[in-house]
Design a protein around this ligand. Sequence first.
Ligand code: ZN
Length: 242
Amino acid sequence: MATLKELIEDLVTANRVLATQGIVDSFGHVSIRHPDNPKRYLLSRSRAPERVETGDIMEFTLEGDPVNAEGRKPYLERFIHGAAYEARPDVMAVIHNHSPGVIPYGITGRKMHPVMHMCATIGYEVPVWDQRTKFGDTDLLVTNMAMGRDLAKKLSKGRTCLMRGHGCMVVGKELRATVYTAIYLELNAKLQMQAESMSKKVKFLTKGEAEKVAATTSVANINRAWENWCGKASRPYRHTEG
Ligand SMILES: [Zn+2]
């Protein structure tokens, strides 16, 4: 079992990896559930992910109240994280980002499906949450638990959910696997757009294929990518067995 210190280092690495891979820019965030207290989560203070350091990592209750603020300002949209942990006991990591490729799928009605095996962990069909349906005209930010819970409801049992006119959320049972899904969600968006511009009869992975690939995506697979991403982000790699 990894220590809390190791998991916090991994969380800092996740911030840097998502930035170097173009999934987050100056905005977007990634959290983990606290390993010793399932009713808490760990998330950076409000800062661009590429700049996040261990001293930025704060602890929150699931309702989004900081436990150890010490003058640090939290992200406005932290409620995305707490509501996902509250709704889904299986979820151990949450990412929220605005990567450009996913945006068209939130606003056109075009459904996103996996187009290649590496992208299967996004799920067979990616749901779209429209904040306006329940909350009317807003600034599109998820700034309270009611909004976070409504988004988590749309996420349902899946790993990914798009947010209309805003971005997406990605969840997973483990941090590295969640980063992997976020990176391949963006790649899928780009590839699907290319394929659909070439043909009206795109052959997506079937539901059964997507489920089989996701079930056989191993810790070794994910660590192969993680080690490479750590190198690109100039972060140390910690090996894990799975
Ligand atoms: Zn956002």
